[in-house]
Design a protein around this ligand. Structure first.
Ligand code: ATP
Length: 919
């Protein structure tokens, strides 16, 4: 019976009064107290949701805007600027004070907005990774957002699930739950359904599954008794702690770099101030402003913010390609991946299965039809197969030893549960067994659930005429081991010819079919329980079925893309070696001739394993422990390894891999939590897309650094040169502030949005330990700083020569620097290929917008009287503007030449070109 009325008296307290000892009550009493004697109806759920609220812990309060703004002020540069503002105010330079304070405000706002964007990106991701629960409601079994659970709901638990609420268990099968989060007990606890003493402490309430704990093995079913903050975990922690930040090793490296640099610059500033006072004879006021200018010039103030936003945009882009990043440092690692180890079923293949062949009593039958539609003939050669007792029995086994449900939704049939089991139900229907009506004649008394170590599943069913039978289905080698006889066409049993059956299995598998064997074991009607030991021998083989699971078209392309990008793809599957090999060949894997099975892997020592791991691309009949060994072996070969997984036992391999990738659809919560990336569509193509985004993000970080540092470098060397040589400053302190804020930040921001360069997936991966602040970037920073220095002084001297006016000379020096920056932006967008191409010159809309804005601001800076007073600028002639533009063109041409020479000599911006991983 389903219940629509909200819980009555006792259940009123269900979420409130913890004096109610659910563990001390009989399961039926629990249900009646909760007014939930059957699956809840949609109406009951919505009434309870409005009464008890969503099944979530209250979130920790986000930092408010004021706190975030305050955080921005905790920045070294801001302290320097505020000190400078105070001193200029004391000296009575009010204009300077105002400009410096304006800079503080702008800098704070820019940081504030960028951080807000990064936080938005993170919270969008959190939403995508909401935990889910399998629930039995009026409409059947469903996977729902765990937040939608209400007291009275019936929940199913599987290995690797995080228990979604406090649950009173009603059915357990080998159910063990890790409760360390709650009780500190590290061993998984054996659960039961028996009533427990009222005074049992939490760890002894063996018939309860508590929210937040993790199912280690076995399966279970129970009724939700408490949700959200009322659960035990809710009472302890109270709040959902949210620790996700965008900190990655690179950002920390840059933060540290910026801090050291600032310190060095301040010390240098003090030394220069002292030295200048003693030697240069410059007035104190001027000297002070020169040192402030130097300090501000040299510190790359905008860089950390730009890098954060680049990462945030990368995270968002990956999410739009169905790859959700859970641990931020992985964004950097993704671009360096050199081996991807992938599951087969559902990731490389479509996981839309169909039984196309069956072999019973030595006769092969072909099954026709489309998808999950139950129409299709069963043929014996070209004739229709006659119904036989054996085929009926095979169909019954396929339908009963099965947990999937078929649902018709808007005209198409969908499978709730495992698609392979869905296909078996369809097969049963085609053979004339209706899983709904006929299935009801054979209720299930007990089961041995499928697990990857056993590779089979068994059910114990009884009909209403005092017959009992165990049906078993699983990997054929395993089932053949367990059988001693086989059922013949007439329904009798005869002895089993294992070799002949093994040959049939190979034949089906070599066609790329996934093969399952079905067997039975008649039992005494009084037997009501089933254990693994019961079915390990003496079974009667019913036959084999071959399931077609076609490769995903997009995976074939993605594997090709990975090969072009120097990434090796390996398939690690639980399936049969020959099936794996046939599918591997269709997918275009490199080495499909040699397949290694889990058993063979077990025989290898570490050295042999390392060699095999590098050579072989297909690993069949593996279990999760093999994945861990393979990751370690591949890492020993210097590979940066991405590994996929879905089950609870995959967690160690996912943690150990450089990039652990969990399946969002069929993956367990345990796998999702161990992984650093979750695929929302379980699709291999999304991994390739994430690697591509990873490479793009890394390139964009590199571009942002290569763009911003030379600006600071060029400015500071110019000032130091002027001070050392006792020359007038070519650019004043305030003007430098202007350039850094207006030019640099606006232009550099566009680099965060740069799309992937065309060749991004045509290059080999970069070595895992490549430092961004080394090699090419250091060279570029030094070289461009020098170009900027030359440009600044050339502008200054040319203007002094033409106009003999310091204000004009400075204005021109600033305009020249900004023009060089603009052209340098175009050069930096293509680090390794020519920039002067149609695509390069047209830029992206955001680049053009930024350049337009910078030009407009420079015109105001040069021609608006207000700016003349504030920044000491003066209007320029058209000829002078042409000079500035020409300097920019020269920079672009020189860099184009440099790129060309580098490419000729084979030194790319990715110096990794020559260093393969050996895989
Ligand atoms: P992949 O590892 O690529 O996802 P897989 O799904 O074949 O491949 P497992 O889930 O480990 O890997 O399954 C291993 C084998 O166990 C399968 O090839 C099949 O023979 C058998 N098997 C899988 N699911 C079931 C099930 N529900 N009932 C019985 N046997 C099953």
């Amino acid at each position: 019976m389903s219940s629509s009325e909200p819980p009555q008296s006792g259940s009123d307290e269900s979420s409130g009064n913890r004096e109610l000892h659910w563990h001390a009550m009989d399961a039926d009493k629990v249900r009646s107290d909760l007014s939930a004697t059957g699956p809840l109806t949609a109406q009951a759920v919505s009434e309870r949701l409005s009464k008890f609220g969503h099944n979530r812990l209250p979130e920790a309060r986000r930092r408010g805007p004021l706190a975030r703004l305050g955080n921005q002020l905790k920045n070294f540069l801001i302290y320097v600027l505020i000190t400078a503002a105070v001193i200029t105010a004391l000296l009575g330079h009010w204009v300077d004070t105002t400009v410096i304070l304006a800079v503080v405000v702008i800098q704070t706002l820019v940081g504030f907005i960028q951080e807000g964007k990064a936080e938005q990106a993170l919270s969008a991701i959190r939403h995508m990774l909401a935990p889910r629960a399998i629930v039995l409601r009026d409409g059947g079994q469903k996977k729902i957002d765990a937040a939608e659970l209400v007291p009275g709901d019936t929940v199913l638990l599987e290995p690797g699930d995080r228990v979604p609420a406090d649950i009173r268990l009603e059915r357990c099968h080998n159910l063990k739950i890790e409760e360390a989060v709650l009780t500190g007990e590290s061993e998984p606890v054996n659960k039961t359904t028996d009533v427990q003493p009222a005074d049992a402490v939490l760890g002894d309430q063996l018939n309860m599954a508590f929210s937040g704990t993790m199912v280690a093995t076995g399966t279970g079913r129970g009724v939700v008794v408490r949700t959200g903050p009322e659960t035990e975990i809710g009472r302890i922690s109270g709040l959902l702690q949210d620790t996700a930040t965008l900190k990655t090793p690179l950002l920390e490296q840059i933060d540290r770099f910026a801090r050291y640099l600032s310190l060095i610059i301040i010390v240098a500033g003090v030394v220069i101030f002292g030295g200048g006072l003693a030697l240069s004879g410059l007035p104190l006021r001027e000297l002070f402003m020169a040192v402030v200018g130097l300090t501000v010039a040299a510190i790359p103030e905008g860089l950390p913010a730009i890098l954060t936003i680049t990462l945030a945009i990368g995270v968002r882009r990956m999410a739009s390609r169905h790859a959700v990043v859970r641990r931020m440092p992985v964004i950097e690692t993704l671009g360096a991946v050199s081996v991807i180890c992938s599951d087969k079923t559902g990731t490389l293949t479509r996981n839309e299965m169909m039984v196309t062949a069956a072999v019973a009593a030595g006769k092969r039958l072909d099954i026709e039809g489309e998808g999950y539609e139950p129409e299709g003939d069963i043929r014996d050669g070209s004739d229709l197969a006659d119904g036989s007792a054996l085929l009926d029995e095979l169909a019954r086994a396929a339908a009963l030893c099965n947990d999937a449900h078929l649902e018709r939704h808007e005209g198409t049939i969908r499978v709730a549960g495992d698609p392979m089991e869905g296909a078996l139900k369809v097969f049963a229907q085609k053979a004339g067994f209706d899983p709904e009506t006929d299935g009801r004649q054979w209720p299930r008394a007990d089961e041995v659930p499928f697990d990857t170590d056993n590779r089979f599943m068994a059910t114990l069913n009884h009909d209403h005429h005092r017959h009992g039978v165990v049906y078993v289905k699983g990997a054929p080698e395993r089932i053949l081991e367990m059988c001693t006889g086989m059922v013949t066409d007439s329904g009798d049993t005869s002895s089993l010819d294992r070799e002949a059956w093994t040959a049939v299995v190979s034949e089906l598998a070599s066609e790329g079919l996934r093969v399952l064997a079905l067997a039975r074991w008649p039992v005494d009607p009084s037997q009501n329980t089933l254990a693994v030991e019961d079915v390990e021998e003496g079974l009667e083989l019913l036959g084999l079925v071959g399931l077609l699971d076609p490769p995903r078209q997009e995976a074939i392309q993605a594997i090709q893309d990975c090969h072009d990008a120097g990434i090796r793809v390996k398939m690690i599957t639980g399936d049969h070696a020959m099936t794996a090999s046939a599918i591997g060949a269709r997918l275009g894997l490199e080495n499909t001739t040699r397949v290694i099975t889990g058993k063979e892997l077990d025989q290898l020592d570490e050295k042999e394993l390392t060699q095999v791991a590098g050579d072989v691309d297909i690993f069949a009949r593996t279990s999760p422990e093999h994945k861990l060994r393979l990751v370690e072996a591949l890492q020993a070969l210097h590979g940066v390894v991405a590994m996929t997984g879905d089950g609870v036992n995959d967690a160690p391999a996912l943690k150990r891999a450089d990039v652990g990738i969990a399946m969002g659809v069929k993956g367990s919560e345990a796998a999702r939590e161990a992984a650093s990336v979750v695929l929302l569509d379980d699709n291999f193509a999304s991994i390739a897309a994430a690697v591509r985004e990873g490479r793009t993000v890394y390139a964009n970080l590199k571009k942002a650094i290569a763009f911003m540092l030379p600006i600071n470098g060029g400015e500071s060397i110019s000032l130091i040169t002027a001070l050392l040589l006792g020359l007038s400053l070519p650019i004043s302190a305030l003007q430098i502030l202007w350039v850094n804020l207006v030019g640099s930040v606006i232009l550099a921001m566009t680099l965060a949005f740069e799309p992937a360069e065309p060749g991004v997936m045509k290059r080999p991966p970069r070595p895992r330990d490549e430092s961004l602040l080394a090699g090419f970037v250091v060279w570029r920073v030094a070289f461009v700083s020098l170009l900027f220095l030359i440009g600044i002084f050339a502008a200054w001297y040319w203007a002094m020569f033409r106009f003999d006016n310091e204000a004009m000379a400075r204005t021109l020096a600033v305009n020249t620097l900004v023009a060089m920056e603009v052209f340098y932006l175009f050069a930096v967008r293509y680090l390794d290929t020519a920039s002067i191409t149609l695509r390069g010159v047209l830029g992206t809309p955001i680049v053009l917008l930024a350049v337009g804005a910078v030009i407009l601001l420079q015109l105001l800076f040069t021609y608006l009287p207000l700016f003349h007073q504030t920044f000491g600028t003066a209007p320029l002639t058209v000829g002078a503007l042409v000079f500035a533009g020409a300097a920019g063109v020269v920079v672009l041409l020189v860099l184009e030449l440099e790129t060309w020479l580098r490419r000729r000599w084979g030194k790319g911006a990715d110096d990794s070109v020559s260093s393969g991983s050996g895989l």
